[in-house]
Design a protein around this ligand. Structure first.
Ligand SMILES: [Zn+2]
Ligand SMILES: [Zn+2]
Length: 165
């Protein structure tokens, strides 16, 4: 995956435009992103809220993308994912492979925040960037808080802790 400034523009915004990047919304989005990562879905656009259609890709078959409600996805790992996904045995094996690749440590060059202290600092930077109208810094910090990361679950916990401190 490329990560230069130019290519960052091609990545989906990490938070839907109608959701203000408040600590609370960022925390909800971080939880949602972590849940998707552990259940084999990839967000194709910013987290839109639990009861709004979210464009996601199925990483189990890698063939399907479409609209899902996070309020449905967060309930667990339903037997039915979408029409045409892999047969159950292969699906279970692929999901196991996906969850095995998750980690509690962030190995990414972007250094995603996985401690409450780092998450709090990133949230403060979001707030500062909003105040100053610094769109580049805002999207960079939101990408650190919500972008794809094998340690998305640890990061979500850190962001929750920081947001409720
Ligand atoms: Zn699928
Ligand atoms: Zn990471």
């Amino acid at each position: 995956m490329m990560s230069s400034t130019e290519n960052r523009q091609a990545l989906p915004a990490p938070l839907a435009a109608h959701l203000a990047p408040t600590a609370r919304n960022i925390a909800s989005a971080a939880m949602a992103v972590a849940k998707l990562a552990s259940s084999g879905w990839q967000p194709l656009c910013g987290y839109p809220g639990a009861d709004t259609h979210w464009h996601v890709r199925c990483l189990v078959c890698g063939q399907w993308d479409g609209l899902k409600f996070y309020s449905h996805l967060r309930r667990g790992k339903p037997a039915f994912r979408h029409p045409g996904c892999l047969p159950e045995a292969q699906r279970t094996a692929k999901l196991a492979e996906i969850t095995a690749a998750l980690s509690t440590a962030c190995p990414c060059p972007a250094a995603h925040p996985v401690t409450a202290e780092d998450a709090a600092e990133a949230i403060r930077e979001v707030s500062r960037a909003r105040d100053e109208g610094d769109e580049d810094a805002l999207s960079a910090q939101l990408a650190r808080l919500l972008g794809r990361c094998p340690a998305a679950a640890a990061r979500a916990e850190a962001v929750q802790a920081a947001a409720s401190a």
